[in-house]
Design a binder for this molecule. Structure first.
Ligand SMILES: Cc1ncc(COP(=O)(O)O)c(C=O)c1O
Length: 339
């Protein structure tokens, strides 16, 4: 029986077109700024995001952490949603590497008005708030989208208080498709943006950090400090350039998620709020009197449908280009047997 892997969109494998571009990539030493393919990818990122400069980094986590290090000094404070990736899944790196404190705001993504009440007064014995970090789409929020108006409100409030805004846009292309806007419009409400090539876009490795020239010059130093200076990285950047050629393809992943959510919502032992499915993720809560979350994930694995459960109360299914609509229907048929 074929494995239908819905744990994450990070499981996507590079397409034949990407592999060919990787094999043929023109390369040089990127630490010397001499890799033409990396330079082309960084230029493309600037054009898409409407920013002055860009930096190719090995992972989304490194991109976020470099942004925090470049924006903040030790002992300063970063405001983020209580569900943020930088809080839950980056190994406490903001504390370990940047020496900053994360200040969590519940529901920041849906109630941006609460933000102002979290800004600190400027009294010398209080930590200094320096940065607001947004995430769009919100991973733990089940791929939920923050709207342009909400982002604008956060950005304006931040600017009124002389704060910087960083956007963890690991899945910014999913957000822009759901909002029917350009990624540039979302990026316009942030001083820096990190976005991933290795999630739904399907490239094997890599993320980009964008911002103004001064910020990226600083970020380049932090990347080297973290051991993220790569040499003939053009072989990776080449796949990224292919990934960026057709981002509207992600729309298909959103359609698959809707079909999956509708199907799952009809099953007795599962609770799925179909209205919450805005992009490529579906969260399903197991009726614990029938199956615990861990038992459900195990049962699904037995029928070769892989879903994720780590760190949240619900089971997560993520659609991506390596599962077809046919696979989604097949997965639903198999899951019906479990219930
Ligand atoms: C919202 C978000 N930000 C950042 C990351 C980190 O990306 P990476 O796994 O490349 O470090 C992820 C990864 O899943 C993510 O979902």
């Amino acid at each position: 029986m074929k494995v239908i892997d819905l744990r994450s969109d990070t499981v996507t494998r590079p397409t034949p077109e990407m592999r060919q571009a990787m094999a043929e990539a023109e390369v040089g030493d990127d630490v010397y700024g001499e890799d033409p393919t990396v330079n082309r990818l960084e230029a493309k990122a600037c054009e898409l995001m409407g920013k002055e400069a860009a930096l190719f980094v090995p992972s989304g986590s490194m991109g976020n952490q470099i942004a925090i290090m470049a924006h903040c000094a030790r002992g300063e404070e970063v405001i983020c949603d209580s569900e943020a990736h930088i809080f839950h899944y980056e190994m406490g790196a903001a504390a370990v590497l940047a020496g900053v404190q994360l200040h969590l705001v519940e529901n920041l993504h849906k109630d941006e008005g609460v933000l102002a009440s979290h800004f600190r007064e400027q009294i010398y014995y209080l930590p200094r708030t320096r940065l607001v970090c947004l995430e769009n789409t919100l991973n733990r929020g089940g791929g939920s989208v923050m709207g342009l108006a909400q982002m604008k409100t956060v950005y304006s409030l931040a600017k009124e208080n002389a704060l910087k805004v960083h956007l963890d846009g690991a899945r910014i292309f999913n957000a822009a498709l759901a909002l029917r806007c350009e990624v540039k419009e979302l990026a316009g409400f942030a001083d820096s943006v990190m976005f991933c090539l290795s999630k739904g876009l399907g490239a094997p490795v890599g993320s980009l950090l964008v911002g103004n020239r001064e910020f990226i010059a600083d970020a380049r130093r932090w990347r080297k400090l973290l051991g993220g200076g790569m040499r003939q990285a053009g072989v990776l950047a080449a796949a990224g350039l292919v990934a960026l050629r057709n981002t509207s393809r992600l729309e298909g992943d959103h359609d698959k998620a809707k079909v999956l959510a509708e199907g799952l919502s009809l099953l007795p032992g599962l609770r799925v709020d179909t209205a919450r499915v805005e992009t490529n993720m579906v969260l399903a809560a197991a009726d614990e009197s029938i199956l615990t979350k861990a038992q459900l994930v195990k049962k699904l694995a037995e029928i070769r449908v892989l879903a994720g459960a780590s760190g949240r109360s619900e089971v997560r299914f993520v659609t991506h280009s390596d599962v077809s609509m046919g696979d989604i229907k097949e997965a639903l048929e198999r899951i019906k047997q479990v219930f």
